[in-house]
Design a protein around this ligand. Structure first.
Ligand SMILES: Nc1ncnc2c1ncn2[C@@H]1O[C@H](COP(=O)(O)OP(=O)(O)OP(=O)(O)O)[C@@H](O)[C@H]1O
Ligand SMILES: [Mg+2]
Length: 331
């Protein structure tokens, strides 16, 4: 079964994309896997030059190692593909999670991937052996600026002495990761430039975090329009928006409750709009993740909610969402 690719997307900044990305990834790889007696293998790809998800997952290791060696990040992968020095992502491009005692990652050399005829396994004593990351680096900004393609959007790849569309770049080298992982979650930057398009091409499923307020709710219409245009450009019939996820809301504030009602009503209208209907067939408004001090604290301490003494609402809300995502693997 190929990996279920999920793009966490909104062109608006600060809406909780990274918070959901890391917590979905950690929840699927850890708690929820255990509850279901499944070992979901999860890869988080940080596609945002801000590198927030990478710093969250790798802490000091990102600052000491990746910051000084951008070639070890997604930037390195993208530039190697362009130069024709890379044909597939493999274990040497992927980092494991923290070890059990210190919050340092397991280095790729300590990870052994092997096949026994039944499938590929990872041999590792990581704290969460099933959670891996391809980190980002600030240099991804340079990649965005430097990539050149012709008027049709094609880039020349020396290794295959051919051209491909720039948005296919990651997909072309993703065979191993699509085979190995159950879930690949991509944390997108808050824009619609090259990396976002590459991430959208790579993933079939889209989750849109949104703060339920007036500006954000209005922004969704434009976001839907852009996603529809890209879906057509990619000729990806199966690409769908799975969920709109209200974030950073406060149940005591009337304005948020009102905008969650507006979102629900709008989704009904969008689903009936022939321009969006095939994009939204399975779309739902989820419970989301409310604004909580315990969520802020978990982020500050670089620990996902499943691994932190977060208050009940955060755990319950997150678990409700992870339960839904966990079911997609069977589809
Ligand atoms: N449920 C929550 N409760 C409290 N604080 C939160 C919650 N969700 C996110 N935050 C905080 O809100 C800020 C924005 O969240 P986050 O970085 O996840 O958004 P983003 O959409 O990834 O931002 P960007 O567009 O810059 O990548 C962060 O400081 C984060 O710690
Ligand atoms: Mg972010």
């Amino acid at each position: 079964m190929p990996a279920c690719g999920i793009c966490i997307l909104n062109f608006k900044g600060g809406v909780g994309k990274t918070t959901l990305s890391v917590n979905f990834a950690a929840g699927l790889a850890n708690t929820y896997s255990k509850k279901l007696d499944r070992n979901f293998r999860v890869l988080l790809i940080d596609a945002d030059p801000q590198s927030n998800a990478s710093v969250f997952m790798l802490g000091e290791y990102w600052k000491k190692e990746i910051f000084l060696k951008p070639e070890k990040s997604l930037y390195g992968i993208m530039t190697r593909i362009l130069k024709g020095n890379m044909t597939k992502i493999d274990e040497s491009d992927i980092l494991g999670q923290f070890s059990s005692e210190e919050r340092t990652p397991v280095f790729s050399k300590e990870k052994k991937f092997y096949e026994d005829g039944k499938g590929i396994y990872v041999d590792s004593d990581t704290y969460w052996p099933n959670l891996h990351i391809i980190p980002a680096h600030y240099s991804l900004n340079n990649f965005e600026k430097e990539i050149r393609y012709d008027e049709e959007g094609r880039v020349k790849i020396p290794s295959i002495s051919s051209t491909i569309y720039y948005y296919e770049l990651l997909d072309r080298v993703g065979e191993f990761i699509k085979k190995y992982y159950d879930f690949i979650i991509v944390d997108c930057p808050p824009n619609i430039y090259t990396m976002t398009e590459i991430a959208l091409y790579f993933c079939q499923n889209i989750i849109i975090p949104v703060i339920p307020d007036w500006l954000s709710t209005n922004g969704i219409n434009w976001l839907l329009m852009q996603v529809r245009i890209l879906k057509e450009k990619f000729q990806h019939k199966d690409k769908i928006i799975r969920a709109i996820v209200p974030t950073l809301w406060n149940s005591k504030e009337h304005v948020f409750n009102r905008h969650i009602r507006i979102l629900n009503k709008s989704l009904g209208l969008w689903k009936r709009n022939p321009n969006y209907s095939d994009l939204l067939t399975k779309a739902e408004i989820w419970v989301g993740l409310q604004r909580l001090a315990s969520v802020s604290k978990s982020i500050e301490s670089l620990r996902p909610i499943v691994d932190y003494q977060a208050t009940e609402p955060a755990r319950i809300q997150l678990e409700m969402m992870i339960k839904k995502i966990a079911n997609w693997v069977e589809e």
